[in-house]
Design a binder for this molecule. Structure first.
Ligand code: HSE
Length: 438
């Protein structure tokens, strides 16, 4: 039997403590599966005195993650510190340079430095695994990189942020506002330390950037992603979507088009009876479309200590078994540069909510702007105006109008909206939500 695989874990927050718990709870079974013992040799965290509810007797304590990463007493460095740069990056680099395997749940780190880290890992023949970085407990990295390798992938899309899906689900089910639902998500521990990362779509973008690279064989380019979050979604949009037979989800989409690969993160209307529409709460889901398989979807818990730790432990076991695959699915030096498809060329249907001024001819003017931009309308609905008896301020004179377009381009919609705004037919900013073809 091979010698034990010695682990050094840096970061004992929710995920780190859950990893220790799983290692303790399944110690015998994990060792039996790996054919060798898996031993927690050392940990590193800021506060030694804090009770994390997990036994750490006999485990060496490091104050400096970089020292742990380089230590000769470990074989695998488990990075659960978080953050795009700083000590997380320094320690992962140090571990790989020392020839140690690395397991990380750090999507921001991978989205920014994934290709460089894969090059270092490959140069040192050291495994670099990051299943937990995308979709929490869902094994999407392994599925894309290994099980779906016999496919030319044309599109992938997913709900990649539990916080946003939780908020949108609660807004829909309980008629609450965005702010009320965000507070609940924070209280339940789903959101990042800075929830802007969740609700403005950046967390989804980081995860999408990693998936795109593996699915399409391109270098990771998180800065080329079109990103819109969910903070502008109002209960009126949720209600209108429902009436029209849709649900609103924050999707990350990567899609091969004639002009390149689209990477976009935005609130999306999906048909209410589609599988992705039924993914609710903190659950994540990723659908992959390939020429051999057609379409496949994985769903499961996308956030939370135990689910994320499940993916971390799976990666540890792969390394214990000696399984080695290029971190990004092919040698990092052979990844193609990412060729970005322009967002203005995006094709799809659109939902628009406009506050239209209550004056004769406003509807006709809006319809003309749409027609001139060659946009065909599927529906145009004036929402209920407040009762006449209710006091009406100047702005109340605007009526909410929702428009659903047939397939068109982003450029056409943008130009029609600019003209509608410049002609003074609407007050405030239009709300635009893209409809995904499923
Ligand atoms: N804040 C993230 C989410 C956690 O809500 O999905 C997992 O990345």
């Amino acid at each position: 039997m091979e010698g034990p695989l010695r682990l050094g874990i840096a970061g004992l927050g929710t995920v780190g403590a859950s990893v220790v718990q799983i290692l303790r709870r399944h110690e015998n079974d994990l060792s039996a599966q790996a054919g060798r013992a898996i031993k927690l040799a050392a940990v590193c965290a800021r506060d030694r005195s804090r009770d994390r509810g997990v036994p750490l007797d006999g485990v060496a304590w490091f104050d400096d993650p970089v020292a742990l990463a380089k230590s000769d007493d470990i074989d695998v460095f488990v990075e659960l510190i978080g953050g795009e740069d700083g000590v997380a990056l320094e320690s992962v680099r140090a571990a790989l340079d020392s020839g140690h395997g690395v397991v990380t749940a750090n999507k921001a780190l991978l989205a920014s430095h994934g290709v460089d880290l894969a090059l270092i890992a490959e140069a040192h023949d050291a495994p670099l695994a990051f299943e937990a970085a995308v979709g929490g407990g869902i094994p999407i990295i392994k599925a894309l990189r290994e099980a779906l390798a016999g496919n030319h992938i044309t599109r992938l899309f997913g709900i990649l942020n539990g916080t946003c899906n939780y908020i949108l689900t609660r807004m829909e089910e309980d008629g609450l506002t965005f702010g009320e639902c965000l507070e609940d998500a924070q209280r339940l521990g789903y959101a990042e330390a800075d929830p802007t990362f969740d609700v403005e779509g950046l967390d989804t973008a980081h995860k999408l950037a990693i998936l795109t690279s593996i699915a399409f064989g391109t270098r990771i380019d998180k800065d080329a992603i079109f990103v819109e979050g969910i903070s502008a979604i109002e209960p009126e949009d949720i209600a209108a979507a429902d009436e029209l037979g849709y649900r609103i989800k924050l999707l990350g989409v990567a899609q091969q088009t004639e002009s390149g690969i689209e990477q976009r993160v935005h609130p999306t209307m999906v048909p209410r009876d589609s599988t992705i529409a039924r993914v609710s709460g903190v659950t994540n889901a990723v659908a992959v479309e390939g020429d051999s398989i057609g379409s496949v979807m994985l769903s499961g818990p996308g956030a939370g200590g135990s689910a994320t730790a499940s993916a971390v432990v799976g990666d540890i076991l792969d390394i214990a078994r000696g399984i080695k695959v290029p971190p990004l699915g092919r040698p990092a030096a052979s990844l193609e540069p990412y060729r970005r498809a322009k967002m203005r060329a995006h094709e799809g249907g659109y939902y628009l909510r406009l506050m239209v001024r209550d004056r004769p001819g406003a509807f006709a003017a809006i319809a003309r702007c749409m027609a001139d931009a060659e946009i065909s309308l599927e529906s145009i609905v004036q929402r209920n105006r407040p009762p006449k008896s209710a006091p009406r301020s100047h702005d109340d004179e605007a009526q909410a109008v929702t428009i659903i377009t047939y397939e068109t381009t982003e450029a056409a919609v943008r130009s029609a909206l600019e003209r509608i705004e410049s002609e003074g037919q609407i007050s405030g900013k239009p709300n635009l939500i893209r409809i995904e073809r499923l």
